[in-house]
Design a protein around this ligand. Structure first.
Ligand code: AMP
Length: 481
């Protein structure tokens, strides 16, 4: 077995941001597909490349998945074809445009014990080893995604029973994952032992919902019950819900980037409103980095709550200085740097009336490569701003994420390679200020139970040496936002 490429499974390895949802009704006549559809719709921000739903009726699985947004994938009456009182759904996000339909989820396999369907959010760090073990035993893989490794591992152990098969999987896979599965008329949810990726539970009468974010439970019309515990396995059937803990629970290290950027502000993560955390981050930033200015504006959408918090704490008026085009997609698919830079303008345009002649504080949730912020400073100056102070409601991103947040290798992270002074010059800003790690932690009210690795390099488990393995071409494709 070659260990050179031990941590890679293919070109999709670095962009596994996704959203998952699951639904179970004890009434066999209920059709769960419309609920799953609404849930996925609410999680669309977690993935725009592909969407899919699989449902189970009398042990048989029906599935529809394709590339595109949820509304487009299910625009042709496909929901009506999906029958069953239990099912799962998935939205997938991709930055390079590779994978397409083949790598869309859920994935379904037929085993001797019955069909199983699985959807996954997160990223494994040892999937290549597992893939090779499975290939040695004759498994032929159809996709390049971790999910296929997981579903195969469960399938080969299912004869020992569902819970032992899942436990075995949890023991063997390393990384971040939130899984939803349907098997034998049951809905199953699994969260990784560090709780890196989010997964929560909701109820709607006698029906159960699993979702990456609580906003999906709200949208379906259910009531949020709780987050799954790190390492928890939940099995839901006619008897109700059974929870199985893992023997060696790790200390919780849920991903702080969910709170900073990825999750919707109306979501509650780890018992705390995402909006409240972002708002508080802005307030703390105002104390840590006070600037004399006439107006505070936020970069839509994830910078807005922090900008409001900063304005409240500083007494500087808040204004809507940037408008986001709701219909613009993500900008990194643009092939050249020039087009990518233009694409920021396509997405965000300033309101001259708000910023003209003013000393502007603009707040974004994060700077990763610095492309977006550089362009934003230019846009604001073109819009008439007299001064532009670029503040960030999180610390400098200095390390690559290996657990499902799409960040490039270290050499492309502006915060890893330049001082704040140099960054200020590169962005063309009057000043640049970041929130401290302590300020960030305090904004989430977290007590050391967050993964802060992208800011500190303190990974909760051993991680691959990515930098050597990422080609310039892959990086080029991932440039920009
Ligand atoms: P950049 O510094 O140009 O790489 O992009 C930073 C911008 O991208 C910020 O406005 C963030 O809101 C946004 N952002 C941060 N992290 C991510 C991510 N993992 N995927 C997509 N966009 C992100």
């Amino acid at each position: 077995m070659s260990h050179q490429n031990i941590y890679r499974s293919g070109p999709d390895k670095f962009h596994d941001e996704c959203g998952v949802v699951g639904f179970f009704s004890p009434d066999k006549e209920t059709n769960c597909a419309p609920y799953l559809y609404y849930g996925l719709y609410a999680l669309q921000h977690r993935g725009q490349e592909s969407a899919g739903i699989s449902t189970m009726k009398d042990g048989k699985i029906s599935m529809h998945k394709n590339t595109g947004l949820v509304a487009d994938v299910f625009s042709g009456g496909q929901l009506k074809e999906l029958e069953g009182n239990v099912g799962i759904g998935h939205v997938r996000y991709s930055t390079s445009g590779e994978g397409g339909r083949t790598n869309a989820q859920p994935l379904t396999v037929n085993t001797r014990a019955g069909a199983i369907t699985l959807a996954h959010n997160g990223s494994l760090v040892n999937d290549q080893v597992l893939r090779e073990i499975l290939e040695d035993s004759g498994v032929v893989f159809q996709t390049t995604i971790d999910t296929e490794v997981m579903v195969n591992f469960i399938a080969r152990n299912l004869s020992q029973g569902l819970v032992p098969a899942i436990r075995k999987l949890v023991e063997i896979i390393k990384g971040a994952y939130a899984l939803v599965m349907a098997f034998d008329g049951k809905l199953i949810g699994v969260r990784d032992p560090f709780g890196l990726r989010p997964l929560c539970l909701g109820k709607m009468g006698a029906q159960y919902i699993l979702a990456s974010e609580s906003c999906a439970i709200d949208t379906i019309g259910g009531e949020f019950v709780r987050d799954l515990e790190p390492g928890e396995i939940i099995i839901i059937d006619e008897e109700g819900l059974t929870s199985y803990g893992q023997k060696n629970w790790a200390k919780k290290k849920s991903c702080i980037f969910e709170e900073i950027y990825f999750a919707r502000p109306d979501t509650v993560l780890e018992g705390r409103s995402v909006y409240a955390s972002r708002h508080e981050a802005g307030k703390i930033l105002a104390k840590e980095y006070p600037v004399a200015a006439d107006i505070v504006i936020g970069v839509p959408d994830s910078g807005i709550p922090a900008a409001i918090g900063y304005a409240e704490a500083s007494g500087i008026p808040y204004g809507m200085g940037l408008i986001k085009n709701k219909y613009s997609g993500r900008t990194f698919i643009q092939p050249t740097q020039e087009l990518r830079e233009q694409a920021v303008k396509l997405k965000l345009n300033p309101i001259r009336e708000v910023i003209e002649g003013k000393r502007v504080i603009v707040i974004d949730d994060s700077i990763v490569r610095g492309n977006t912020s550089k362009r934003l400073v230019e846009i604001l100056r073109e819009g008439g701003a007299r001064e532009v102070h670029f503040l960030v409601s999180s610390p400098p991103v200095t390390h690559t994420c290996h657990f499902g947040i799409d960040t490039p290798s270290k050499k492309y992270l502006i915060g890893a390679n330049y001082t704040v002074e140099e960054i200020t010059e590169m962005l063309g800003a009057d000043s640049v200020g970041y929130l401290s790690v302590e300020g960030l932690l305090s904004s989430t009210k977290a007590d050391g139970d967050r993964c802060l690795a992208c800011f500190t390099g303190d990974y909760p488990m051993e991680v691959p040496k990515l930098e050597e393995m990422v080609s310039e071409e892959e990086e080029r494709l991932k440039l920009g936002n």
